[in-house]
Design a protein around this ligand. Structure first.
Ligand SMILES: Nc1nc2c(ncn2[C@@H]2O[C@H](COP(=O)(O)OP(=O)(O)OP(=O)(O)O)[C@@H](O)[C@H]2O)c(=O)[nH]1
Length: 239
């Protein structure tokens, strides 16, 4: 009697997706991973490229769901790839890259006068619609003798790193203030941001003129109305 050959089915091994691996590490560490959080410490070598490929795959699905013929439309043939690169390596890179190094110099001259940096042009995106936010930031610092001073360009680099994430403006300025305060340890820190939200102009209410302005005041800027007034009046002339 002939026996039927026995085929042993090979178990299907599903490789865990990079996004799932990273999410698992974040959850195990109890780390928040909202749109405006930096998660660079939880990424391993090569995973950013894996993430980009995964985002591209999902975006191809979005284009398909939008009934766009990406096979025959030469303009959209590489759109998923371009947008994935734009999200991961450009406009949201502040989520995936470590903070820029900001060399700290001792305040040898014991400067304790108000200094203002700005306007620093900033580009972000709102976390609700992922629409661009384009604006300007002014930073006021009142150092003390034991403060560290960081290079002028580092204010802009830190601002760019914080802004390159989906977020709301109110939280963006607080995050930037935290980063600067941690590095400089000044007596006072003030930040003003003024921005145009494309979710209000390109779509939605389509109000082209509306700007959102907000500020954070810390330390002596909170207590000393004269200093706060000096900072705001100096900005007033330059806006
Ligand atoms: N407070 C604040 N709101 C923002 C910011 N960026 C976008 N928004 C607003 O977030 C809101 C999202 O509201 P939803 O009502 O959930 O979205 P929607 O129905 O698409 O809203 P519309 O924009 O009114 O069409 C909108 O009112 C946006 O204008 C920001 O930085 N701060």
């Amino acid at each position: 009697m002939l026996l039927e050959p026995v085929f042993q089915e090979k178990p299907v091994v599903h490789k865990e997706r990079a996004s799932d691996r990273i999410r698992r590490r974040l959850i195990e560490a109890g780390q928040r991973f909202h749109a405006n959080n930096n998660i660079s410490a939880f990424l391993q070598d090569g995973e950013l490229d894996e993430l980009r490929a995964e985002v591209e795959h999902q975006l191809q699905g979005v284009l398909r769901a939008l009934v766009i013929d990406t096979q025959n439309d030469h303009n959209t043939a590489n759109t998923a790839k371009r947008v994935a690169k734009m999200f991961v390596h450009e406009v949201f890179r502040g989520r995936y890259e470590a903070a820029p190094v900001a060399t700290a110099f001792p305040n040898v001259s014991q400067l304790n006068e108000l200094m203002i940096v700005g306007p620093v042009m900033v580009r972000s995106a709102c976390s609700h619609h992922l629409c661009p936010i384009l604006g300007k930031v002014w930073i006021g610092i009142l150092p003390n003798a034991s403060s560290d001073l960081i290079g002028l360009s580092k204010h802009a680099r830190l601002a760019e790193w914080v802004m390159n994430r989906p977020q709301i403006q109110e939280e963006a300025v607080v995050m930037l203030a935290d980063e600067l305060e941690q590095r400089i340890r000044p007596d006072g820190l003030a930040i003003v941001m003024e921005a145009n939200h494309f979710c209000m102009s390109w779509r939605g209410v389509k109000d082209d003129g509306a700007l959102m302005q907000n500020s954070v005041m810390r330390g002596v800027f909170l207590k000393d109305a004269t200093l706060r007034g000096e900072f705001l009046s100096l900005l007033g002339n330059r806006r």
